[in-house]
Design a protein around this ligand. Structure first.
Ligand code: GCO
Ligand code: MN
Ligand code: MN
Length: 401
């Protein structure tokens, strides 16, 4: 039996709003008591998490007095010191307060936009107080239901203005943040601007300082849009922009479910973990999920354990996949030599390519028996990872799961 005990080096993190989620939904009142942030930190530390993240208002309630703020900060510092839990990421809540009903950075009202930027500046100060290195921007209210109300180019300009201003300011302060933008297609707005990982990647290149701005893609968000999350994350990695990641569970075409990591679509989760682990992803693995509304306070911590345990199980499977001689042999056989014949452009290379003869029939008819692979190797299920001939050990391992 493998050891699936989470440890700080696995870099698992949770938001205060995730384990602290009281089970409220648009149709119903909370089903659990609110959790004190310092208690969440101690509990997460005891479970082996690396870090905790927060929105400004998760830690210091909106409108709190300065004495109240000082008291909370002090208490939170002691909980972090005692537990060894870090704060790798912080963010601003620009969605709960009614002032943001038609957007924060993209509101048509310049005063609301300025207030949103000021709130983000204060949130950055709060994050730095605890050593946060990544600052996430999720534009929950940055969207619309009524497109007649503005020129669709304006919100993009205003979003850019806010990010450029905040980035210049935080650099001058010496905060050293990396910004991670988090796309989502809809909810709570009918349509949210910059809906997908691809939209965000293109937008980043239009900023004044694209070098320290990257992505915080979320499993649920791209899955809601019906996209292949593994491909989205791969593109962010290819661009050197995977600064952070939000892991959870989600069925396509639904409201934002924020289920436990691995609760849905285990195959995609397997390839996601494999992508991250195979390609040296070293930033936090953040679970932006919450326990089911049916959970009581104790069950919430089982939910947290479940997220981390699932990741470690999938990580182990990815390793087995990579080390399995039979699997690797089949992949090698299917792919053959993948060395590129095109390469970087040169005049000589172009002339050579133009003169090259291709045996189109042979290339077309090269067998790619993906279907036979599954049958002949007869994996007992995808989760065994190994397409084996039901050898005793594999079959036993399956039964033991
Ligand atoms: C959501 C989002 C948020 C953000 C969080 C951090 O769908 O509600 O995923 O949970 O990740 O605001 O910025
Ligand atoms: Mn989300
Ligand atoms: Mn998220």
């Amino acid at each position: 039996m493998s050891d699936y005990t989470p440890r700080p080096e696995h870099k698992f993190t949770f938001g205060l709003w995730t384990v602290g989620n009281p089970g409220r939904d648009p149709f119903g009142e909370p089903t659990r008591e609110a959790v004190n942030p310092a208690d969440s930190v101690r509990k997460l530390g005891a479970l082996g998490a690396y870090g905790v993240n927060f929105h400004d208002d998760d830690l210091v309630p909106f409108g709190a007095s300065s004495q109240e703020r000082e008291r909370i900060i002090k208490e939170f510092h002691s909980a972090l010191d005692e537990s060894g839990v870090k704060v790798p990421m912080a963010t601003t809540n620009l969605f709960t307060q009614p002032i943001f009903k038609d957007g924060g950075f993209t509101s048509s009202d310049p005063k609301v936009r300025a207030f949103a930027v000021q709130k983000a500046m204060r949130g950055m100060e709060l994050g730095k107080e605890f050593g946060a290195e990544t600052y996430v921007f999720w534009g929950g209210r940055e969207g619309s239901e009524v497109d007649a109300s503005k020129n669709p180019l304006d919100p993009l300009k205003w979003f850019r203005e806010a990010l450029d201003f905040l980035n210049a300011w935080q650099m001058e302060q010496g905060f050293g943040y990396r910004f991670a933008l988090e796309p989502k297609p809809n909810e709570p707005r009918g349509d949210i601007y910059l809906a997908t990982t691809g939209n965000m990647l293109a937008f980043i290149e239009t900023l004044a300082h694209p070098e320290n701005v990257g992505l915080n893609p979320e499993f649920a968000h791209d899955t809601m849009a019906g996209l292949n999350f593994v491909h989205q994350v791969a593109q962010a990695m290819d661009a050197g922009k995977l600064f952070h990641i939000d892991l959870n569970g989600q069925k396509p075409g639904r409201f934002d479910q924020d289920l436990r990591f691995g609760q849905e679509d285990q195959k995609t989760n397997f390839f996601l973990v494999k992508l991250l682990e195979d390609n040296g992803y070293d930033n936090p693995r953040h679970f932006d999920a919450h326990a089911l509304r049916t959970s009581n306070a104790g069950d919430v911590w089982e939910f947290a354990k479940g997220c981390m345990r699932t990741y470690l199980i999938l990580k182990e499977k990815a390793q087995r996949f990579n080390e399995d001689a039979e699997i690797q042999g089949i992949i090698q056989e299917l792919n053959g030599d993948t060395q590129s014949l095109v390469g970087a452009y040169s005049k000589e290379g172009a002339d050579k390519l133009m003169a090259q003869k291709f045996d189109v029939a042979a290339l077309t008819n090269r067998p790619l028996p993906y279907e036979s692979w599954i049958n002949s190797s007869s994996s007992c299920c995808w989760a065994c990872v190994r397409p084996v001939n039901h050898r005793g050990t594999e079959a036993r391992r399956h039964r033991e799961r």
